[in-house]
Ligand binder design. Structure first.
Ligand code: F6R
Length: 265
């Protein structure tokens, strides 16, 4: 796991967008897995800037989003469809037919999920998967539990996630309780993974992840330890507890973390 500690959120966003841009330049028909939420917003803004100012070309890029709320239609401003078009897709030259997001109104959810995985496989799997992380360690909406599912599926969101998501809704009642999410298997099969975390709310889970020596379904992100090409980019606030941990005299650095860039604190 390569660790980059960025100076702040803008620095984190610039670094993430540069990695994505460089992969697109290497492979113009890149299959890009995308996340929503607050964390990647700056990365999308940077990618839009690279498109406008430096001609970064999305015309052959294929995207698959990690998840979508269940029971919410595409035109609902709270949907991840809406988020993706407003914050990214409508500002770049990506082709609509190359965009894939689970359908929150799918009638036969099981068939829809199966088709989503088949579609990913048809493109040869995901080349680069962008991830955020929940305070409870969820990636996509693979929530901590006794087991984690490998394929795309409908899942119940935990109370912790419902509360975290409620900041985008007028009332708790409106916050969706279920989502369609890629499974851990699909995520872990991506050739390259970039995980972003920003702000003090993520400091605890990031310290736990970076200090982890075992994988556990209680922390879905811990499965990223099994992957050989993961870059974690966090800002100073999200790195705060990790910094304290590794600076203490009796700390032993974890072998799975390779610090490639640490902004001087
Ligand atoms: C969103 C997703 C989630 C978020 C996570 C963090 O598509 O898959 O796992 O990445 O909930 O959300 P933020 O960035 O809002 O803190």
């Amino acid at each position: 796991m390569d660790l980059i500690i960025a100076k702040d959120y803008s620095d984190l966003s610039r670094r993430a967008s540069r990695i994505i841009a460089s992969e697109i330049k290497k492979k113009p028909d890149l299959v890009l897995g995308l996340a929503t939420g607050s964390t990647p917003l700056g990365t999308y803004q940077e990618l839009v800037r690279l498109y406008r100012e430096e001609g970064l070309d999305f015309s052959r890029v294929v995207t698959f989003n990690l998840d979508e709320y269940y029971g919410i239609s595409m035109d609902n401003p709270q949907s991840y469809h809406y988020y993706m078009f407003e914050n990214f897709f409508k500002h770049v030259n990506i082709k609509p037919e190359n965009i894939h997001i689970p359908d929150g109104m799918a009638g036969d959810v099981e068939a829809h999920c199966k088709k989503y995985d088949e579609e990913i496989a048809k493109y040869g799997g995901i080349d680069l998967q962008l991830l955020g992380i929940g305070q409870n360690g969820h990636i996509g909406f693979n929530e901590p539990g006794d087991e984690l599912l490998t394929a795309t599926h409908l899942t119940n969101l935990t109370q912790n996630t419902i509360e975290a998501n409620s900041r985008f809704f007028k009332s708790m009642d409106e916050v969706p309780k279920q989502a369609i999410t890629m499974g851990l298997g699909t995520i872990i099969q991506a050739k390259k993974i970039v995980l972003l975390a920003s702000g003090k709310n993520k400091a605890e889970i990031m310290a736990e992840l970076l200090d982890e020596n075992a994988v556990s379904t209680k922390n879905p992100a811990s499965f990223l330890l099994l992957h050989k090409d993961v870059t974690v980019i966090i800002d100073e606030e999200a790195a705060k507890i990790y910094r304290q941990m590794t600076q203490s005299p009796d700390s032993s650095k974890k072998l799975h973390v390779r610090e490639v860039f640490l902004w001087p604190s």
